[in-house]
Write a protein that binds this ligand. Structure first.
Ligand code: RNT
Ligand code: ZN
Length: 429
């Protein structure tokens, strides 16, 4: 306890000095803290259970595309356990959160409900939980881990019946997203990612793309029970996946053009590009044309490995671009990673805090000053200031942000996560 008070006192003093440091450079520190706190971050629910879902009837088939690895104890097994974990994540991470669900997290009380027959009622527990906690919900279609996805093809499948099934699934999800958004009075972003692709040297890259285009147009057209004010559809491309190393039907180019021409949101996942390709340079290009983007904040290591998000250069570069372009309000932020090899609560909190840290870091940049230096041809000084900001007293402002949000300050959360692991996670057989 004595330790705690000491930390808090140190933080308060550190903050006023840090604030002064940034203000001399023309940064509005109070505004930065406010913006960093109130920017919504949608927490993916699937880190809690390694993307297994709550369906009892479909055996866990690995139909390709994504893969969670690790056997660390404590995986959530029910909706209640997932909500319990997510509440703890939100307690330990400052700022406004939403929760991002997948169709496989329907709660049907043990009754098998086919994915094309899902209804809002199957998400009533999630919805009422969100209502009580005053958080928004987002949603995803689940085009994987299903017998009809075993060929590695869904909406682009050659068999019309298979395509029809998945179109009906998409429609069911759009109705659910509409109900979620309307009930919570907050638009629900419905992301569509599908694994469709080929492992090796496709002889025909054209026909599957034509079929995907046709299926998407049908699925995303006007339908009864779907209201675009509450259901905001997004499409997520990818370079490759497990079993689709050579060809992914829904590539980034395909969806960038699709989203623009159909008025839906393009989703960029940080792990869905070539191993050395990053997304920060794409933001100013795409946002010249797309009104909004959905960002899946993830971390690839050599491939789309969905590692826990860290406060690293890539993440800072993304937020610096958004802040410099005044584009924060034009993106929807959502985490997307899954590591089953470590304490899953730690995984969540590290990622959630890292996103908010990167956001604050970007908001504390003296952008006007460094842009002026660049415009005046003083590139050396510009670069020097960019370097200088990396060792600026950022942590004191971050601690202050946590304190104001009522979230643990500094390393305090690590001890709390350990206690949660002992008391809750380790008790799960
Ligand atoms: C897969 C995509 C997709 C999934 C989630 C579970 O490569 O990133 O967003 O991670 O839908
Ligand atoms: Zn993703």
């Amino acid at each position: 306890m004595a330790m705690k008070r000491k930390t808090a006192r140190w933080t308060a003093r550190g903050y006023s000095e840090a604030k002064n440091f940034y203000e001399v450079l023309g940064v509005d520190v109070e505004a930065a803290i406010q913006t960093a706190l109130c920017t919504p971050l949608s927490l993916h629910c699937w880190q809690a259970d390694d993307v297994r879902g709550l369906e009892s009837h479909t055996e866990a088939v690995d139909s390709g595309g994504i893969l969670a690895t690790g056997q660390y104890p404590g995986r959530a097994r029910t909706g209640d356990e997932m909500r319990q974990d997510l509440e703890e994540v939100m307690r330990l991470s400052p700022g406004v959160h939403r929760v991002n669900l997948h169709a496989i997290y329907a709660e049907t009380d043990g009754r098998p409900v086919a994915r094309d027959a899902l209804e809002p009622v199957h998400f009533r527990r999630w919805i009422s939980w969100a209502k009580t906690r005053h958080i928004g919900l987002d949603f995803n279609t689940s085009f994987f881990a299903h017998p009809l996805a075993n060929d590695g093809l869904t909406l682009s499948h050659p068999d019309r019946k298979v395509r029809e099934f998945w179109i009906r699934h998409g429609l069911a999800a759009r109705r659910i997203a509409t109900a979620i958004g309307r009930t919570l009075r907050s638009p629900c972003v419905l992301n569509h990612w599908l694994p469709d692709g080929r492992k090796d040297s496709p002889a025909d890259r054209w026909t599957p793309r034509r079929r995907l285009l046709e299926s998407l147009d049908r699925m995303l057209g006007d339908h009864e029970g779907v209201d675009r004010r509450w259901c905001r559809d997004a499409v997520e491309g990818k370079l490759f996946g497990i079993g689709s190393e050579d060809y992914v039907v829904g590539s980034n180019e395909f969806y960038a053009a699709y989203a623009l021409t159909r008025g839906v949101i393009l989703c960029l996942d940080m792990g869905h590009f070539h191993p050395t390709e990053t997304i920060h340079d794409k933001l100013s290009a795409l946002l010249m044309f797309h009104p909004t983007l959905l960002l899946h904040v993830s971390r690839p290591i050599r491939w789309d490995s969905d590692h826990v998000v860290l406060f690293n250069d890539d993440l800072r570069a993304v937020f610096l671009e958004l802040v410099r372009g005044g584009a924060l309000k034009r993106v929807w932020l959502a985490t997307d990673f899954f590591d089953g090899s470590i304490n899953r609560l730690c995984a969540y909190v590290i990622g959630a805090r890292a996103v908010r840290q990167a956001l604050l870091f970007a908001l504390l940049e003296p952008t006007a000053r460094i842009q002026r230096l660049e415009a005046e041809g003083r590139g050396g000084e510009k670069l020097a200031w960019m370097e200088q900001m990396k060792t600026a007293p950022f942590s004191a402002v971050w601690d202050e942000l946590c304190r104001r949000a009522g979230a643990p300050v500094g390393a305090e959360w690590i001890e709390q996560a350990r206690a949660y692991e002992e008391q809750v996670l380790r008790q799960r057989g």
